[in-house]
Design a protein around this ligand. Structure first.
Ligand code: ZN
Length: 311
């Protein structure tokens, strides 16, 4: 959801991403800490992407020095987002001092790249924009805020979160707490119970009173996942964060995990490899399997299909 506040002095976006983060984690079979890191990055990418123009897309790439490796989130302004982590099994052994998944421990330091490009799909080649900033915190929200301030000179309030809970084993069981489970807990029982957040960007025109009022209000705002668990919509979340400042909602879209890959594209990729490679696949594997990094969907290409390509 996209909005303006305080007479266009603030540009705001907010989203509830529980379902799409859940889908991403199921697709990639991420361990808990990697799930939270991926979910925060997907939500961040979606929020930064909401202000793009029609054919543009944004790629948020955390090149991490920690065990999670790369975290990639790609979004368009229509609420579509996809992404992955290089190591879905990255997991911190313990919670951090706030009792939360220790995302910083799996991210470590590194570099954050943000790329905006437009129109490649229809052959409209526009010079992409690429911004860079160091990963200063490893908690994702803070890193995005730092990036926006340093690389794009926009001061922002960024609040993004992913809340995991344990589903009961059988209907009627009480929900157990994460600490009861120990190291061997069942991944299948861990659910993304709430995910989402907001980004509020201060335009250069924003006056000091508005910024002061916003800062006071943000300081009193509950964590994003608390608001989502209480059932707040993105618009209600923004109104809470903005306190008394007036808000004008510009558009609302339902965000979703969406990948552009398809069987047809997988066939195109293989046929672009060239004759020798295709013959090799046929001889060695009697077919080919292609897995999409972004959504972990696998495409099995049969020997017969490879033969059609060769002829
Ligand atoms: Zn895909």
């Amino acid at each position: 959801m996209h909005a303006m506040a305080a007479g266009a002095q603030l540009r705001c976006t907010a989203a509830v991403t529980t379902a799409l983060v859940g889908e991403a984690c199921r697709r990639h079979r991420t361990f808990p800490t990697a799930s939270v890191a991926l979910g925060r990055a997907l939500t961040g990418g979606l929020l930064l992407g909401s202000g793009l123009k029609d054919l543009e897309k944004i790629t948020v790439h955390f090149a991490c020095e920690g065990p999670v490796g790369n975290i990639i989130a790609q979004a368009d302004p229509h609420g579509n987002v996809r992404g992955y982590v290089s190591n879905p099994e990255a997991d911190a052994a313990t919670m951090n001092s706030n009792g939360k998944f220790d995302v910083r421990a799996v991210v470590g330091g590194g570099t954050l790249y943000v790329t905006r490009d437009a129109g490649f799909e229809i052959g409209l080649m526009k010079e992409p924009y690429r911004g860079v900033a160091p990963i200063v915190s490893g908690e994702i929200s803070e890193d995005l805020a730092y990036y926006l301030a340093k690389s794009e000179q926009v001061n922002s309030a960024v609040g993004i979160g992913v809340f995991m809970s344990v589903a009961p084993e059988n209907e009627g069981d009480s929900t157990s707490s994460l600490s009861d489970l120990g190291a061997e807990f069942a991944l299948d029982r861990l659910r993304v119970a709430a995910a989402g957040g907001y980004v509020i960007q201060m335009m250069p025109s924003a006056d000091e009173h508005v910024i002061e009022q916003l800062e006071q209000s943000v300081a009193q705002t509950p964590h994003a996942t608390e608001m989502i668990r209480a059932g707040l919509t993105p618009a209600e979340m923004l109104r809470t964060v903005l306190g008394g400042l007036e808000v004008e909602i510009l558009d609302e879209k339902e965000p979703r995990f969406y990948c552009q890959c398809s069987r047809e594209r997988a066939l195109l990729i293989i046929s672009a490899l060239g004759r020798d490679e295709v013959e090799d696949m046929l001889a060695k594997d009697n077919g080919a399997e292609l897995t999409c990094h972004f959504c972990n969907e696998s495409y099995d290409i049969s020997a017969a299909e490879l033969l059609v390509m060769l002829n």
